[in-house]
Design a protein around this ligand. Structure first.
Ligand code: HH2
Length: 291
């Protein structure tokens, strides 16, 4: 399949998210805040809104540029959650965080949740279904919120059973280009769109590796890329470690994704990621000040 853009466009200067505008001249760190009992690596730890608030402040102090609150786990086999329950989990935390100087993203695929979250101050909607639910495009288009459009083959319950691709990179490119076009056609400002290949979402380990290698090609679609590799099972396969012990592998993964063109890394371990990205910057940018 011919790619829609063959020549990489000039890198975009900023990402607009609600009332925020973040410069893209350095990689951004999105800190994960799962307000769920069952997320794959931190389920139950921040279910209490006060615990969630403390963790959010810790991540900001460690260098998070964006916080991503999720009220429903997308791990294979996770129990689905209805919109009322998702709102019950997410809204009290959003209310406490909306006044902070860091944009808050809500990880949801439900238009009802999107609308309430945006009204409550969310600056970004991070949708693993890429705004495919009926009403989702309009929910975001009627606002100033940014949108992260992610690729997934299948749906979370069954996505890891037998993912198949002829050419994983071409298929992910084609999907993301089509979703970005649908978002722009619905009225979402291109400066508010982020694309994500969806590591681990209907992908075998070798598919994930191919997609990391192909980040420069995905970048040629013309939108900032988000990479969500943190603590994922790919690193379990590579290192033999459990989810909570994948900090070092995840920091390496974030670094390598940024080197290949990711603009945002979605991570659980903000301090480790920040340090690894600072080392990269010190080496790559000879104006980086060590004084
Ligand atoms: N990964 C997860 C959830 N949301 N969103 C984007 N854009 N990209 C990702 O790679 C991504 C995502 C899965 O991680 P986590 O939130 O820690 O787990 P769970 O879905 O079990 O809550």
């Amino acid at each position: 399949m011919a790619l829609p853009h063959l020549v990489p466009p000039a890198p975009r200067a900023v990402l607009k998210l609600g009332r925020f505008s973040l410069a893209l001249d350095r990689p951004l760190i999105m800190g994960v805040l799962n307000v769920t009992p069952d997320s794959f690596s931190d389920g139950g730890r921040f279910f209490d809104p006060l615990e969630a608030f403390d963790h959010a402040n810790r991540m900001i102090a460690e260098g998070a540029d964006i916080l991503d609150i999720g009220g429903e786990s997308s791990r294979p086999g996770a129990a689905p959650v209805d919109a009322d329950e998702e709102l019950r989990r997410v809204m009290p935390v959003l209310e406490k965080l909306a006044g902070l100087p860091v944009p808050v993203s809500i990880d949801t695929a439900k238009p009802e949740v999107m609308l309430r979250a945006i009204a409550g101050g969310a600056a970004m909607i991070n949708d693993i279904f890429a705004l495919r639910a009926p009403g989702a495009l309009d929910a975001v288009a009627g606002s100033a919120a940014a949108a992260c459009l992610m690729h997934m083959q299948g749906e979370p319950r069954t996505m890891q059973q037998e993912p198949r691709y002829q050419d994983v990179v071409a298929e992910v490119c084609e999907f993301l280009a089509a979703r970005a076009a649908a978002a722009v056609a619905a009225g979402i400002d291109p400066e508010r769109i982020v694309l994500d290949p969806g590591f681990g979402f209907g992908k075998l380990p070798h598919h994930n590796l191919e997609l990391v290698r192909a980040l420069p090609r995905l970048r040629s679609l013309g939108y900032p890329l988000l990479a969500g590799l943190s603590r994922k099972s790919l690193f379990g396969k590579i290192t033999g470690r459990m989810a909570g012990e994948r900090v070092h592998a995840s920091a390496a993964g974030a670094l390598l994704a940024v080197q290949r063109g990711a603009a945002i890394v979605r991570v659980h371990d903000v301090a480790a990621t920040r340090d690894s990205l600072l080392v990269l910057r010190a080496i790559d940018d000879d104006t980086f000040s060590l004084e």
